[in-house]
Design a protein around this ligand. Structure first.
Ligand code: ATP
Ligand code: MG
Length: 642
């Protein structure tokens, strides 16, 4: 199918991807973007909804597609460029070198008894060995479960018990802002806590923190890697059925207990290869820089698998966006001629607080576009970075569950910069609907608010089930409209008359003020468009009179402005006036309280449920995914005096 180049083409492309009479042919065509050991004859098997099996009769290997497949044409081109501003190291691995390293690690895993279907947990910093580990697992047909490095031992232990890995791969430490964070003690504690005991632990010693080894269980990668049986190892790819799982990955835990998303092999490979073409327009030989972490879905899809499947070099970056200074990312763009960048609004907001001169210092002419995902992209942030970079800024909306974007501007969709605030249109394959919460019916008129949902089957690449819990999969995602195979995203959205969607926040982030239902996102947008505000979180707090009132927690752009009570009161009044004029007095927050730091998940998402619980003097619940555990202290103090 030709690449859509106009909106009309795209509309047709989209229709073919979801219509029952064209869907099969459409996806079999997309499937040709990857290498199959045995090519599939069937695209979607949906005889047991909502469980979809994609390319079920096909056989392939993900590692073959990411690595081996490229050796004939680009063995000596860069595959992984590992940059750490924490340890001041840069190392380029060509596809040939990556192939060797992955086989070494696969051979070591085999020596621990790891084979097809076994789980391997990866708890690592952003170093090249983490990608070797992921690729080594899928090479063997082992199922990896990457847990974000630095997660506390309790969260780690619960994920060990859920996935029951045969082996854990980890490192002595990660590093953040120049400070080592020792992982090994956290891992040891987690292994103490967990009921499940893995047979072996493989450790990368970076020399950042002391790492006592437990004899018989713990092994050093540096030692094993050089032993002849591993250093020269040839480990062929294990051919898997398309529906064999490739990995388990837990959701961010923003709304509660994380869900273990189980991904297949063939559908995922096709979805990524296809997205590299139709969303990112990526070419083999170009360089992709995704600033996320391998602990998140964006890192799985667009640090490791997507770019490598496309034959692109991928940057693995360990460090802050502001160290040694706020020009570091742009210096990498210049140095490695980066063509594609992918980041998150929260990172852009961090850069926005720095000197804009850093963006002018480097040659950014190689950059084609910047994609942003993970959180609502507010207009001021989008406008700022768009002005600074002079390339398209492309919002994209998706979930750990889907593995690739649900909404964005694909090739061919009109790129309307005036629509900042919208992640664009439905991505092909996703039969997106807005559902009326009360009636369960799909909304047909534009600009009506509904729950963003997808009619089954979900396209290739999406979750197969919740690991070990089919019932939770069905009950969580597919049960909002009885009798219908509709997947709920639990996000609110609207669609304008031209088909562009806007995300209004999560369904549990709605405030009901005296009978008016308000999305926290709308109020946050209004507040953050005030010049004095860097960042804000709005939550609904129980109120005897009104049912709920909105409460805002804001970080001021200039801390000096809110250093005194008078300064705070003045900015608070201004912000309230702004909300009054933009949304009306009903949306005005009862208070705007100024903090230095907002509670966020480690993936950079606002933990509104924690703020809300503290504001209502309830127990904030599971906080193991929180980035900085002290972030709630200041909120508590403020509320005590407010
Ligand atoms: P959990 O499901 O465990 O509560 P989570 O939903 O935060 O955690 P993720 O899968 O990491 O876990 O995040 C997906 C969610 O992030 C989406 O459902 C949506 O709420 C939000 N999101 C992602 N991208 C965007 C975007 N471009 N615009 C607005 N919201 C986004
Ligand atoms: Mg979610």
């Amino acid at each position: 199918m030709p690449q859509p180049t106009s909106p009309g083409d795209y509309a047709d492309f989209y229709r073919q991807s979801i219509a029952p009479d064209t869907r099969e042919a459409f996806w079999l065509e997309q499937a040709r973007a990857i290498d199959w050991h045995q090519a599939p004859q069937q695209a979607c098997d949906y005889h047991n909804p909502p469980f979809a099996r994609w390319f079920a009769d096909g056989q392939l290997n993900l590692c073959h597609n990411a690595v081996d497949r490229h050796l004939a044409q680009r063995a000596d081109q860069p595959a992984i460029i590992a940059v750490s501003t924490e340890t001041n190291t840069e190392r380029v691995y060509t596809f040939a070198q990556l192939h060797e390293e992955v086989q070494r690690m696969a051979a070591v895993l085999q020596s621990f008894g790891v084979g097809k279907g076994d789980r391997v947990q990866i708890y690592m910093p952003m170093i090249a060995e983490a990608a070797f580990a992921m690729l080594a697992c899928v090479r063997l047909g082992a199922i990896h479960s990457v847990v974000f490095g630095g997660f506390a031992s309790v969260s780690l232990a619960s994920r060990i018990d859920d996935a029951q890995p045969k082996v854990v791969i980890s490192a002595d430490a990660g590093s953040r802002g120049g400070k080592a964070i020792a992982y090994k003690p956290l891992l040891d504690e987690a292994l103490q806590l967990a009921k499940h005991k893995p047979a072996a632990v493989l450790l990368v010693d970076r020399g950042l923190a002391p790492m006592p080894l437990q004899a018989g269980r713990d092994h050093l990668w540096s030692t094993l890697r050089t032993q002849p049986q591993f250093s020269e190892a040839k480990v062929p790819c294990t051919w898997l059925n398309s529906s064999d799982p490739s990995y388990i990955l837990y959701t961010s835990g923003t709304t509660g207990k994380p869900k273990g998303v189980q991904r297949d092999t063939g559908g995922y490979a096709v979805a990524l290869a296809s997205s590299m073409q139709h969303i990112f327009a990526g070419q083999a030989g170009q360089t992709f820089f995704c600033t996320s972490d391998i602990g998140w879905v964006v890192g799985h899809s667009y640090i490791v698998y997507g770019p490598l499947i496309a034959g692109m070099a991928t940057i693995m970056y360990e460090g802050l966006p502001t160290r040694p200074d706020a020009g570091i990312w742009w210096s990498l763009v210049e140095k490695y001629r980066i063509s594609h960048m992918f980041s998150a609004p929260t990172a852009v907001r961090v850069l926005k607080k720095q000197d804009p001169a850093y963006l002018k210092k480097y040659d950014l002419s190689s950059l084609q576009a910047l994609w942003l995902a993970g959180e609502p992209l507010d207009q001021p942030t989008a406008q700022w970075i768009s002005g600074a970079l002079q390339v398209p800024i492309i919002d994209n909306y998706w979930q750990t569950e889907t593995g690739w974007p649900i909404l964005t501007l694909c090739n061919g969709v009109e790129q309307q910069t005036s629509r900042f605030g919208s992640p664009g249109k439905a991505v092909y394959g996703f039969n997106v609907k807005l559902i009326d919460e009360a009636t369960g019916q799909a909304l047909t008129e534009p600009n009506q608010k509904g729950v963003l949902a997808m009619e089954g089957p979900l396209p290739p690449g999406c979750l197969q089930t919740v690991w070990g819990d089919d019932e939770r999969f069905v009950n969580t995602y597919w049960s909002s409209i009885p009798g219908r195979q509709i997947y709920s995203t639990f996000d609110w959205g609207i669609q304008d008359a031209d088909g562009y969607y806007f995300i209004l926040g999560r369904t549990d982030d709605v405030i009901n003020v005296a009978g008016h239902r308000l999305g926290t996102r709308e109020i946050e947008e209004s507040i953050s468009s005030h010049n004095g505000i860097a960042e804000v979180a709005v939550v609904g707090v129980a109120d005897k009179l009104k049912g709920q009132v909105a409460m805002a927690f804001a970080v001021a752009r200039d801390a000096n402005q809110v250093a005194t009570a008078e300064g705070q009161a003045a900015l608070e009044a201004e912000v309230m006036k702004q909300v009054d004029s933009q949304l009306g007095a009903v949306a005005r927050p009862a208070r705007v309280l100024f903090v230095n730091l907002l509670p966020k998940t480690r993936s950079g998402k606002l933990l509104r449920r924690a703020l809300q619980a503290v504001a209502e003097q309830r127990d904030p619940g599971d906080l193991t995914t929180m980035e900085d555990p002290t972030a709630l202290n200041q909120v508590k103090e403020l509320l005590a005096t407010a």
